[in-house]
Design a protein around this ligand. Structure first.
Ligand code: A3P
Length: 319
């Protein structure tokens, strides 16, 4: 539809005036529940704007993820794959801009600016759960790539991330508190299991529309999954490219080691919204599989695993 900021504002105000809210995570913004998931106000407003107005094009590709599952990595890889023909090692924007600037979030509303809707470069990202995606995405031919990650690592990553951006006067944020909230489903774009299950089921139903990736598998077999990703993005590697090591070059360019050591990601910052400026290094912490072992107790691990198994099982039986 056509851009009507007033309509979006009114709908947003109406929603947050009655929505369940929770003030325990960030300390400066409450989380609001909408269509079963929890959001910061800015991301909720952007979600509503996207639902009302996002005009998906058939050749759009939307990178979807819950926060802290490997969004930054997926953005970098997809960007590098799609751009490899026209960029060389020294001119790649990934060297000068955070992946979040190269591929903005749908929720930021940049899609309204014509400049960001280049036909030949149709990558966007979102944390919106499958069931709440704008209809133009689900009903059109555009493609979706989803990445998920071990919930234990997601929780630990999220706890560190929030601890850093949390209002100082709110004081220390105990991991036990984060764990309880996460297990209640109250986390950024949570419940996490519903986020994953929504895309998982959709990917089984529409395998040609949705590619489902796992952080741990991408780590373990990068080359295999990066080739799969390139093929899905309609930019498959040619045999010559494979022989010349282009796949490995892209993996290397987008590696945690390389990206996190770039000046832009060490000392730069990027404004997701005018009111939300995040230091780029916040997106690069350890980039490892299994760091939860340094934080969660054995009991927390068991509880979270049991919860995930229970949710997955009850979800299948309700189908
Ligand atoms: P950790 O906190 O466990 O280190 P998101 O990008 O969705 O916000 O997720 C952030 C997580 O991905 C962080 O996890 C971060 O370190 C990790 N990460 C960022 N860039 C990465 C990369 N290039 N390769 C692997 N992991 C990466």
């Amino acid at each position: 539809g056509c851009h009507d900021p007033k309509k979006v504002q009114e709908k947003f105000k109406e929603i947050i005036s009655t929505a369940p809210r929770n003030s325990e995570w960030t300390g400066f913004n409450d989380l609001f529940q909408y269509e079963g998931f929890w959001y910061t106000p800015k991301f909720l407003e952007g979600l509503i704007m996207a639902q009302e107005e996002f005009p998906a094009q058939p050749n759009d590709i939307i990178l979807c993820s819950a926060p802290k599952t490997g969004t930054t990595w997926l953005k970098a890889l997809s960007f590098a794959i799609m751009n490899r023909a026209c960029l060389d090692d020294t001119t790649n924007p990934l060297l000068l801009k955070t992946p979040h600037e190269c591929i903005p979030f749908l929720e930021i509303g940049l899609f309204q600016l014509k400049t960001n809707r280049y036909q030949e470069f149709p990558l966007l990202a979102t944390h919106i759960p499958f069931a709440s995606l704008p209809e133009s995405i689900t009903s059109s031919d555009c493609k979706i790539v989803y990445i998920c990650r071990d919930p234990k690592d997601v929780l630990v990553s999220l706890w560190h991330f929030i601890g850093n951006v949390r209002a100082k006067e709110k004081g220390h944020f105990p991991l036990e508190k984060a764990f309880d909230l996460f297990c209640q489903g109250v986390s950024l774009n949570g419940p996490y299991w519903d986020h994953v299950l929504g895309y998982w089921k959709a990917s089984l139903e529409w395998p040609e529309k949705i590619l489902f990736l796992k952080y741990e598998e991408l780590k373990k077999e990068a080359s295999f999954h990066v080739k799969r990703l390139a093929k899905f993005l309609s930019h498959p590697f040619s045999l010559d490219e494979e022989r010349e090591g282009v796949v490995e070059k892209i993996i290397q360019l987008c590696s945690f080691q390389n990206l996190s050591n770039l000046e832009v990601n060490k000392s730069g910052q990027y404004a997701l919204f005018a009111s939300l400026v995040v230091e780029n290094n916040r997106y690069f912490r350890k980039g490892e599989v299994g760091d939860w072992k340094n934080c969660l107790t054995e009991e927390m691990k068991e509880d979270l695993q049991a919860l995930m198994a229970f949710k997955a099982a009850s979800d299948t039986s309700s189908k």
